[in-house]
Design a protein around this ligand. Structure first.
Ligand code: ATP
Ligand code: MG
Length: 447
């Protein structure tokens, strides 16, 4: 008895067709594609892999930057029409499905599995015959170098897709591939794919969702930001990969420190963070402009946190002409005793931020503006010489980036070793309120 099963539920868009053609008709074993955000990279590669798995029995891996990204992007993903990516495999062809391991066994014995790039060393020793790397520019590079030799020996295929992330190893590999007859390469921008209307892209820029530079990268596949333009791009990528941009709850038994970028005629930003063990946990942030210090004192007071030190930039000590008072004095009158961050050139402060980012956690919801600012904080571009300057651009993203810099410079001035008894006392105070009338803004314990 034979039965016919239709697997062609997927109709490739014109720009997705070359991937199938290269793999199925032209015999390419190595394919690398660079395409804009939301253009259907994953879906096309996923369907291409299913079709291979039906033809040659073996183990196929779909590698994502992290396990949860794999789950979100493919295993749980749905198309805009509500069709699950998994449903592109006809039900009759699935023998078993393990949701924890994200593993699908087909009736012919082929196995399709989703993994995070950080877990790839567990796969060494296995014998995959198909590898698909999604969002390659964000992956741990080892995921490629460890598995690639296996494919070379067994006639399998490698399918790599990504949107650029500066001139990193994805860029390097793409450039090598372009020069090689073994690789099939495909580089497309929104001008080619036209999968999102231009009016929508303009709105993204207008609403401040993305800087023009980020749009150039995400939709026009520019390689130019990242290493050269953005100060923290790779560090934020690593934070995403290691899932340190996540839900970061306030721990009531630990003090909350703040870091201020006090703008005179400009925006003021505040970061709220906790120091727990070696971890720096940024739990909250605030931004406003044209308000006096009284306003920010009230912002602090309105939050239920118990405060440790407050860090301010060096220039807070400058005395104003006329009154002869500094903002440091003014703040003290309002009950905030600032710790002044070390005075350092901006570029050294940026380096200091880079040294602390690997042990920093940021709340992905409350601190969205901070994350956006760190992702967009970039060097000035010298149009005539066509090079990036050392100096950062002063724009709407620089205020949070400055508060982050003061945080990094202020960290060495914090003493946070606390006894278990003190932690318990503070927890009680946070939950049940304080018994004594202490200075509200600075817990003497930390001052
Ligand atoms: N050939 C197709 N037919 C129908 N819908 C498609 C097709 N290709 C892509 N799509 C739609 O585009 C959406 C995005 O696809 P996919 O997740 O593969 O893109 P991506 O380029 O990996 O996106 P991102 O850059 O966000 O990771 C899918 O959910 C689906 O709705
Ligand atoms: Mg994708």
């Amino acid at each position: 008895v034979s039965k016919e099963i239709t697997i062609n539920d997927f109709v490739p868009r014109w720009y997705q067709e070359p991937i199938f053609d290269a793999l199925e008709n032209k015999g390419y074993r190595k394919i690398i594609i660079c395409q804009p955000r939301r253009s259907g990279k994953d879906l096309a590669c996923w369907v291409a892999m299913i079709r291979q798995a039906l033809q040659r029995v073996g183990h196929y891996y779909s590698v994502y930057p992290t396990y949860s990204q794999a789950k979100k992007a493919l295993y749980d993903a749905m198309t805009i029409d509500g069709k699950k990516f998994i449903d592109y495999i006809p039900k009759e062809l699935i023998k078993a499905q393990n949701s924890v391991e994200m593993k699908i066994t087909l009736v012919n014995g082929s196995i399709l599995q989703f993994v995070g790039s950080l877990d790839v060393n567990k796969l060494v020793g296995s014998n995959p015959i198909g590898l698909c790397y999604s969002e390659f520019a964000l992956q741990d590079k080892l995921a490629y170098s460890l598995l690639r030799p296996i494919i070379a020996g067994n006639g399998g295929f490698i399918l790599i897709n990504s949107t650029p992330r500066g001139r990193n190893y994805f860029h390097e590999l793409f450039k090598v591939a372009e020069q090689s007859d073994e690789w099939f390469t495909l580089y497309l921008t929104l001008d080619d794919t036209k999968h999102i209307p231009l009016s929508e892209i303009e709105a993204i820029i207008r609403d401040g969702e993305m800087s023009e530079q980020l749009v150039a990268q995400e939709f026009y596949c520019s390689w130019d930001i990242g290493i050269s333009g953005c100060f923290y791009g790779h560090y934020i990528d690593a934070m995403h990969r290691e899932e340190r941009i996540t839900h970061v709850p306030w721990e009531p038994s630990h003090p909350v420190f703040t870091s201020f970028d006090l703008g005179m005629r400009d925006n003021t930003t505040i970061l709220f963070f906790q120091l727990i063990g070696r971890e720096i946990r940024i739990i909250d942030c605030y931004e406003n402009n044209s308000e006096g210090l009284e306003h920010y004192a009230k912002v602090l007071q309105d939050k239920q946190y118990i405060y440790g030190k407050h860090i301010a930039p060096h220039d807070i000590q400058v005395r104003e002409l006329g009154t002869g008072m500094s903002r440091l004095d003014k703040a003290r009158e309002l009950g905030i005793r600032f710790t002044v961050a070390k005075n350092m050139p901006i570029i050294d402060g940026i380096e200091q931020v880079r040294t602390i980012l690997p042990r920093t956690w940021i709340d992905q919801v409350k601190c969205r503006p901070l994350i956006k600012a760190l992702e967009n904080y970039k060097r000035e571009y010298d149009e005539t010489r066509e090079v990036y300057k050392e100096k950062p651009v002063h724009d709407k993203f620089s205020h949070y980036a400055d508060a982050m810099r003061y945080l990094a410079l202020g960290i060495p001035r914090m003493n946070t070793t606390t006894s278990p008894e003190e932690l318990d006392k503070r927890y009680q105070e946070a939950v049940y309120g304080r018994s004594t009338g202490q200075d509200f803004f600075n817990d003497p314990q930390f001052y």
